[in-house]
Design a protein around this ligand. Structure first.
Ligand code: HEC
Ligand code: HEC
Ligand code: HEC
Ligand code: HEC
Ligand code: HEC
Ligand code: HEC
Ligand code: HEC
Ligand code: HEC
Ligand code: HEC
Ligand code: HEC
Ligand code: HEC
Ligand code: HEC
Length: 267
């Protein structure tokens, strides 16, 4: 309620009270019958009905003012309801949170007034258990941040480029997520099996340059053809070639003693 209305109410209320008392005195039964109806509220309170009408959501469609405000001053004391009266903490983990009005800042527009606490994390986990579990079980610099650090408004998905430069110019968020498949565990990196050589070359530039220059058949392979799975993995020559030479040729020598470098073969 705005100050103006309060002043207005403060003058009005005693007059209504006086009127009620007069009516009561005048009435043969002398019954105090000043039961308020939902339609009465707007006569003295303009803001709340307007909020509810415009953005009340289920607080508009499922209940009325009187379901929450069951009594009125000056006789009544049950004027402001606790959320738990209807949202029983036994029903939902979400309803066990403290400070409902810290996020749902106005009960007369409970969703439209949603303002997320900047450090919210476990609170979000009351509904998004999976994401909270990922982030808690996979230590990373993302895990040190709150959920709202990235999801600045409810339901909004941030672009990686808001906070990061790409490894290679032109990479999109879709590209990022092809390797960093889950931003809630960013260090679990699983490049897909069609990852271009240039993507690996963004960091391993010397190896990529050698490889693509090479005339031997390794030069035609993608990095991920050999380096499969979670980054980084290192294969053994024998994984693919078995034992191509007899013991006579090898004489205890390692493959690379003769073949130099898988990325720059010598034959
Ligand atoms: C005749 C004018 C009038 C009507 C009609 C009226 N109110 Fe009020 N209401 C007031 C005034 C004046 C106050 C401020 C009382 C005070 O601060 O002592 C108030 C205070 C309140 C408060 C705050 C209570 C508190 O503890 O701070 C609520 C909630 C409220 N009204 C709800 C309603 C609802 C719901 C209706 C309709 C069912 C309604 N009022 C109808 C005049 C009215
Ligand atoms: C879902 C329950 C709920 C409904 C429905 C509801 N209110 Fe409220 N109302 C509250 C709560 C909770 C507060 C206290 C808010 C706070 O402390 O910030 C409140 C506060 C108020 C106040 C006091 C505001 C102030 O600044 O002191 C008034 C007046 C009021 N409501 C009127 C109404 C009217 C009129 C309606 C119907 C159009 C209505 N309310 C519907 C829960 C409700
Ligand atoms: C008199 C009962 C009552 C009280 C008190 C009450 N609510 Fe509700 N609320 C409901 C009902 C009924 C619904 C619709 C069913 C549901 O979603 O559970 C609802 C729905 C909501 C919604 C979803 C709205 C939507 O449009 O989807 C939010 C958010 C909410 N309540 C928050 C609160 C908060 C915060 C409080 C305390 C300030 C509160 N409620 C107090 C009855 C109440
Ligand atoms: C950290 C912020 C935060 C706090 C604290 C919080 N809520 Fe919510 N609440 C949300 C978000 C976010 C949603 C989802 C809104 C949507 O679906 O658009 C939500 C949705 C709801 C809903 C509708 C969805 C449903 O599951 O029925 C209700 C009802 C609700 N809250 C009640 C409460 C009550 C009661 C409290 C206090 C016990 C509370 N909230 C505390 C953020 C919060
Ligand atoms: C009361 C339950 C509830 C709470 C609390 C809640 N959310 Fe949600 N959230 C939902 C629902 C329901 C959806 C819609 C789900 C859908 O569309 O699949 C949603 C959607 C989302 C989405 C978008 C999902 C998508 O697929 O686009 C994000 C991101 C999100 N919430 C983050 C958060 C964060 C961060 C918090 C804490 C500040 C939070 N939520 C708190 C219920 C909640
Ligand atoms: C709102 C900002 C923000 C967004 C959006 C964001 N990040 Fe981050 N990210 C950070 C911050 C801050 C760090 C820590 C940087 C530091 O300390 O140098 C970080 C660190 C990382 C790390 C290193 C983690 C570690 O523990 O060393 C990876 C990988 C990463 N981000 C990938 C991504 C990807 C992929 C996306 C998109 C899906 C993304 N980030 C979206 C802010 C963000
Ligand atoms: C570093 C930024 C960052 C942080 C911190 C973060 N998220 Fe996300 N979140 C994202 C990005 C980016 C996506 C989009 C992922 C995609 O499209 O595959 C996302 C997606 C989601 C979704 C949609 C469904 C899904 O899993 O893809 C939900 C729900 C969600 N986040 C909840 C949370 C919750 C809860 C927290 C805190 C425990 C959190 N997020 C922390 C960046 C972040
Ligand atoms: C080809 C797979 C791949 C793609 C695509 C990819 N990344 Fe990475 N990213 C990695 C690898 C591997 C690391 C290094 C991890 C390590 O240090 O062990 C890394 C590390 C990071 C880091 C940590 C800091 C750093 O630079 O070392 C951030 C931040 C990051 N990536 C963000 C992104 C963003 C944003 C995108 C999309 C523009 C993206 N990544 C695309 C594989 C990829
Ligand atoms: C963002 C930079 C970055 C990108 C992109 C990247 N790497 Fe790496 N890579 C690193 C860093 C840093 C290390 C060393 C630290 C470590 O082991 O995590 C490394 C280590 C490796 C190793 C292991 C080295 C050893 O001695 O164990 C291999 C193999 C490797 N990367 C292959 C690849 C492949 C294949 C790709 C493309 C799918 C790729 N990397 C993309 C940064 C990157
Ligand atoms: C034909 C398979 C194959 C291909 C293709 C391949 N590698 Fe390798 N890579 C290997 C093998 C085998 C080793 C282990 C060599 C050893 O035992 O010393 C290795 C080692 C590495 C190492 C760690 C040792 C070092 O030389 O620094 C990195 C990093 C690496 N590769 C990155 C890459 C990148 C980036 C690409 C693509 C540009 C690539 N590899 C393509 C097979 C391959
Ligand atoms: C992931 C499988 C893989 C690994 C690991 C691998 N190679 Fe190969 N290598 C290939 C493929 C595929 C070819 C091409 C075969 C063909 O086309 O007949 C090849 C071809 C070769 C050739 C013949 C080159 C040519 O152009 O004829 C040599 C020599 C060779 N590899 C050596 C090695 C050595 C040494 C290592 C370990 C350092 C190694 N390879 C690791 C898959 C692999
Ligand atoms: C003593 C040096 C030497 C060692 C040690 C050696 N190679 Fe070779 N390798 C050669 C020579 C020379 C050729 C070319 C033979 C030819 O063209 O017939 C060759 C050819 C190959 C070829 C291609 C065969 C084909 O049919 O085209 C592969 C694959 C290969 N080596 C893999 C390996 C692997 C794997 C190891 C380790 C287990 C290894 N080599 C150890 C000397 C060596």
């Amino acid at each position: 309620m705005k100050n103006g209305t309060k002043l207005h109410g403060a003058i009005l209320f005693p007059s209504v009270l006086l009127l009620a008392v007069c009516l009561w005195l005048a009435s043969p039964a002398r019954a105090l019958d000043v039961q308020l109806q939902p339609t009465d509220c707007v006569k003295c309170h303009q803001d709340e009905p307007a909020w509810i009408n415009a953005n009340g959501g289920k607080h508009k469609t499922e209940i009325t003012c009187l379901d929450c405000h069951v009594e009125h001053l000056p006789w009544g004391s049950d004027t402001i309801p606790k959320c738990s009266r209807c949202h029983d903490p036994g029903d939902q983990k979400h309803f066990t949170l403290e400070n409902c009005l810290g996020c749902h800042t106005n009960p007369h527009m409970p969703i439209a007034s949603l303002k997320l606490l900047p450090d919210a994390k476990t609170q979000c986990g009351t509904c998004h258990e999976q994401e909270l579990a990922w982030i808690e079980q996979n230590p990373s610099k993302h895990a040190e941040k709150s959920c709202v650090f990235c999801h600045w408004a409810h339901g909004k998905i941030p672009n990686c480029s808001k906070c990061h430069e790409p490894h290679l110019a032109g990479q999109t968020m879709e590209n990022c997520l092809s390797c960093h498949r889950n931003p809630h565990k960013p260090l679990n990196i699983l490049p897909p099996d069609n990852t271009p050589v240039a993507y690996c070359g963004a960091c391993h530039d010397e190896i990529a340059a050698k490889l693509v220059k090479m005339e031997y058949k390794h030069g035609k392979l993608l990095c991920v053809y050999c380096h499969k799975g979670q980054h980084p993995t290192v294969p053994k020559c024998q994984d693919c070639h078995g034992t191509p030479h007899g013991a006579g040729i090898l004489k205890g020598r390692a493959c690379l003693d003769c073949h130099r470098d898988p990325h720059d073969l010598l034959r």
